[in-house]
Design a protein around this ligand. Structure first.
Ligand SMILES: Cc1cc2nc3c(=O)[nH]c(=O)nc-3n(C[C@H](O)[C@H](O)[C@H](O)COP(=O)(O)OP(=O)(O)OC[C@H]3O[C@@H](n4cnc5c(N)ncnc54)[C@H](O)[C@@H]3O)c2cc1C
Length: 414
């Protein structure tokens, strides 16, 4: 228990032969201000939600929910619970841009400088398959999937970057084409630049297989599916730590001890809090969305500056995010928040390049936390006898989520 928690402690030890939950320690302020903590569980609550848990999954993002989905489908009789610290998922899955993408050429070229060809293209395949699963299980209509295509933008200053991309276009088309069974995925679309009305854009490369989804509806549909299968998604349960000894596994969450047979950690950018040895670093990403814009007559997902910026339309609004590269150090954090530096750059890009001459007002700004590492390879592994993790989704976890959830479910009962 962290030392700050030792102040103002009220001790309650609750033990019975029927109920093996011990409420250990509760901060005084929590008594006064919250009806959720401490959880002095009733017999009914314990019996319904916490007794005889087979698998506890920490984190109700797309990965945690997908793992629950596949596990419960495969083992309908197992008791599976998802433990989420917040009243909504509070990481990246409900806060992202909703690109259904698997890699633009320049981003993949960057990836090839730190990963092998095999690793890069395996990841591309997983993203593509993950998206197929998402669409198949949740339904295009429910997640508002729009196969609008995605575009990579190049300015005059990006001449060399564009040149390299176009030289390798054939290589990416044949390599990825073979993997996905698709032809001519990436095409030059310079002839369409004018119709978008962007300023200073000299070249466009289209990925015809990219699309958009409605992030909120996607997560809502997924959690509905998971609940419908009989999984309890319990919110307001921040897991502090766990203890594994032999076959016994105990989770400590806000003063409550929860026994489980297996534990799967899907906390992505926050993974180090529970598994400090993992190579996963938090990375904050900031986003803004505009109010509806008159005569916004384009549709698509767009990548700019090797993927450091990205934007799309949401109906007749623009969602724009990125700019982490302006200050990697500050954005290397698990703290949600906005900075003037990034937000001002986003606004500049919006007004000067994306919607020049249009009357554009910002409606909302927010941030989300991703999980990155020295490689973009996801980490799906066993970390102890009965403890597993599925983390490090990088910037394309919407695409990877269902695939990685399935992989995680597969290693738990293999
Ligand atoms: C701004 C932004 C834009 C993005 N855009 C895209 C995009 O367009 N396309 C794409 O494919 N990907 C995108 N991503 C990445 C994608 O959203 C993530 O990779 C993906 O959502 C990760 O899912 P996850 O389930 O692994 O993690 P998360 O969604 O972060 O879920 C982890 C969950 O664990 C919970 N948690 C953490 N610690 C604890 C604890 N101790 N106890 C209990 N619960 C805990 C958190 O509250 C959270 O709900 C974007 C990310 C951001 C931030």
């Amino acid at each position: 228990m962290p030392s700050t928690r030792l102040n103002n402690l009220a001790f309650l030890i609750f033990n019975s032969t029927f109920i093996s939950i011990r409420i250990i320690a509760i901060r005084k302020s929590q008594f006064e201000n919250s009806y959720l903590c401490p959880m002095q569980l009733s017999y009914w609550e314990y019996d319904r939600y916490f007794k005889h848990i087979d698998v506890a999954i920490v984190g109700s993002g797309i990965v945690g929910l997908s793992a629950a989905f596949y596990l419960k489908k495969k083992f309908p009789k197992k008791k599976i619970v998802v433990l989420e610290r917040s009243f909504l998922p509070y990481g990246a899955s409900t806060r992202n841009a909703g690109f259904a993408c698997f890699g633009s050429i320049t981003e993949l070229q960057d990836d090839l400088t730190i990963m092998s060809e095999d690793e890069v293209f395996t990841l591309v395949e997983k993203r593509y398959k993950g998206l197929q699963r998402l669409r198949h299980h949740l339904g295009d209509k429910n997640i508002r999937y729009i196969p609008c295509g995605g575009y990579e933008l190049f300015t005059q200053q990006d001449k060399a970057v564009y040149q390299k991309a176009i030289e390798e276009q054939h290589y990416f088309n044949t390599t990825i084409g073979k993997l996905l069974g698709k032809k001519d995925i990436y095409t030059n679309e310079d002839k369409h630049i004018k119709k978008f009305g962007f300023r200073n854009i000299e070249h466009l490369i289209k990925n015809r297989l990219e699309g958009q989804i409605d992030t909120g509806r996607m997560m809502d549909t997924l959690s509905e599916k998971v609940r419908h299968l009989g999984v309890n998604i319990l919110t307001g349960i921040p897991v502090d730590r766990f203890e594994a000894s032999g076959d016994s596994l105990t989770i400590f969450a806000n003063g409550v001890e929860i026994k489980t047979k297996q534990l799967l950690i899907c906390t992505n950018g926050f993974a180090k809090n529970l598994l400090p040895e993992l190579d996963v670093a938090p990375a904050r990403a900031q986003v803004l969305v505009t109010k509806p814009i008159e005569n916004l007559n384009w549709e698509g997902t767009f990548h700019y500056d090797r993927g450091y910026y990205y934007f799309r339309n949401i109906g007749n609004r623009i969602l724009l995010g990125g700019g982490r590269n302006l200050d990697f150090k500050t954005e290397h954090t698990t703290e949600f928040g906005l900075t003037t530096l990034v937000q001002e750059r986003l606004k500049e890009l919006l007004h000067e390049t994306i919607a020049p001459g249009k009357n554009v007002e910002i409606e909302r700004q927010w941030s989300g936390i991703m999980g990155l590492g020295s490689s973009k390879k996801t980490i799906v592994q066993q970390v102890d006898k009965n403890v597993f993790c599925a983390v490090r989704m990088g910037g394309m976890g919407v695409a990877l989520g269902m695939m990685i959830g399935e992989e995680a479910a597969g290693i738990i009962y293999n």
